[in-house]
Every structure is written in structure tokens, then in C-alpha cells.
Write a protein that binds this ligand. Structure first.
Ligand code: MN
Length: 293
């Protein structure tokens, strides 16, 4: 398999809102194909700034993908109509920004707030899901017009209460019924919620649009850091003829808003050079893709 392999910029940062240029350089130097960046920051840029970023990445042969978790004030599953409207506008601005970059993949917790637990009250999970589905049906039309694929990230129960398994994600995509709405599966989350990582990939099948890679404790993939079954993951991706990207999303360093949101309370980077670990993880994943059978 020769899928593109990427890394998430926040591996190196403590805040979400940062200039992306240094991380495009790092991704290029470390032999990645993709840098994944924060879609909220992209949406805030002027169209000139976006074009500059696009050209800078293209000149270094780095593709860009985009990710976001909706802040509470933009929750598209909120019972409050004005909050849902703000959320739809928030996603629309990002889709327009990505459209201006030539289109691409917008992934993450797009279907509700992040992090979020079920609010107290009479509303059921099904009620929240149906509000979310109504919102995303509207957003999907805008994605279709702008060449943007939305990938709903399935995350563990401690981070969101609406979509925790691939099976639930497939039902959600079927309810939306748009070619531009797919799923993101992340090995860190699958390790917590799924019977097996392979069975989750096989369940997602044609709905799988994007993959995040990370060890069970969010260390970089492979190199004896954790216990994710990487060979089994690659075999299942090959079985479904997965043509999409694989973006690693390691988080090791506490501090800042990134550390608080991801809940990195201990320094897991002890003794490592972050660039060197990313380089080794990229080689590891590309090797596993080559060996997939
Ligand atoms: Mn992820």
C-alpha cells in the first residue's frame, strides 16, 4: 500500500492557534506527505494568507488536511437553535476556507461539541443525534459545493457521547446520505471502544474517509512505544482497499491549552527528540504499509 502518511502540527505546539509554516518545513524534512492543521485557524485567515500557505505547502510537496473539534458555543447538536446556527456557520466558514485551498478533508468532532458529556435533563442520546444529523445535512450540502469531504471522528466515551464506535458512525453517515460525509477512525479511540481495531475498519468499509494513528497512550506509532496491533490495522485497511490518508497524532508534552484539552498530565517525551521520534514513526508506518497482506 502506498497511502499518504501525515502528522498533526499540534505534536509540536502547546496552543492550537499558531503559524503553520514551521510545521510544513518539519513535515517536509521528516519525509511526511501530509501536515494536518487546525481548520479553525485556517478559517480566520484572509484569502491572501490562505493562498500563501497553500503555495508554501505545495512548493514543499506537502498536502494539507484539516481537523477541528467544535467548541461548546458552536455545538451543532445543541438543543438551543441559535447555538446550532452558530455551529453551522462555524463549519461553513471552514469549508469555504478549505474550498479556497482547492478542497480536501475536514475531519474531527464535527457532529457535536468537544469535549462533551451528555447534559442533565430529559433529552436522550437519540434526541441529540437527531439534532446533529439535521445540522450536518445542511453542512454536507455546502461541503459538496466546495469539494470538501467531512470525516466524523469516532472518539472514546470520555470525550464525546454521540459516536463512540464505527458501527454508530456508519448509521450516522447513512442518515446523512451524502457522498461528502464519511468517517475518521483513530487507533487511540478504537483501542478503548472497539472489539478489535480490524473489525472496526471492516465495519466502516466504504465510509472510512480518514485515519488517525497513535499508540494506546497517544505516543507516536510503533518503535515499542505501545500495544496497538499495527500489522492487523494495515491488513484490514488493505482488505477494504482503503485509498485515504493516515495521519499520526501523537501528543506527549503537557502544558498550554493543547495539554489541557488532550489531558496530557505527565511528560511522555522524556529523553526523546520529538523530530527524531516522528521521523522513526513515519518510517515505521510506511514500512507497515509496504508489508500489509
Ligand atoms: Mn484523532
Amino acid at each position: 500500500m502506498d497511502n499518504k502518511v501525515g502528522i498533526y502540527y499540534a505534536y509540536w505546539t502547546r496552543e492550537w492557534d499558531v503559524p503553520f509554516y514551521p510545521y510544513i518545513d518539519k513535515a517536509h524534512d521528516l519525509r511526511f506527505d501530509i501536515l494536518e492543521i487546525n481548520a479553525g485557524t485556517l478559517a480566520k485567515m484572509s484569502s491572501n494568507e490562505r493562498q500563501k500557505l497553500r503555495q508554501y505547502a505545495a512548493a514543499r510537496n506537502i498536502a494539507l488536511t484539516y481537523c477541528i473539534g467544535l467548541p461548546l458555543e458552536f455545538d451543532v447538536a445543541s438543543p438551543d437553535e441559535s447555538t446550532r446556527k452558530r455551529g453551522i456557520k462555524f463549519l461553513t466558514d471552514q469549508i469555504h476556507g478549505i474550498g479556497g485551498m482547492g478542497g480536501g478533508y475536514l475531519s474531527g468532532i464535527l457532529y457535536g461539541a468537544w469535549p462533551a458529556t451528555m447534559p442533565k435533563g430529559k433529552m436522550s442520546r437519540k434526541d441529540y443525534l437527531s439534532l446533529s444529523i439535521d445540522s450536518i445535512i445542511q453542512v454536507a450540502k455546502i461541503a459538496e459545493e466546495n469539494g470538501v469531504i467531512l470525516c466524523m471522528e469516532i472518539v472514546n466515551r470520555f470525550e464525546q457521547f454521540l459516536l463512540n464506535t464505527a458501527e454508530e458512525g456508519v448509521a450516522y453517515c447513512q442518515a446523512i446520505d451524502s457522498p461528502n460525509v464519511k468517517l475518521l477512525l483513530d487507533t487511540f479511540h478504537m483501542n478503548i471502544e472497539e472489539d478489535s481495531i480490524s473489525s472496526a475498519v471492516l465495519t466502516a468499509k466504504d465510509f472510512l474517509g480518514h485515519v488517525h494513528l497513535g499508540e494506546n497512550h497517544r505516543m507516536p506509532p510503533g518503535c515499542d512505544h505501545g500495544h496497538i496491533p499495527w500489522s492487523a490495522l494495515m491488513t484490514s485497511l488493505k482488505k477494504i482497499d482503503y485509498q485515504g490518508s493516515l495521519v499520526m497524532e501523537p501528543f506527549l508534552v503537557p502544558g498550554g491549552q493543547v495539554g489541557r484539552d488532550i489531558k496530557i498530565w505527565r511528560d511522555q517525551s522524556g529523553g526523546f527528540n520529538l523530530d527524531e521520534e516522528a521521523r522513526k514513526a513515519c518510517i515505521f508506518i510506511k514500512q507497515k504499509l509496504l508489508e500489509a497482506k
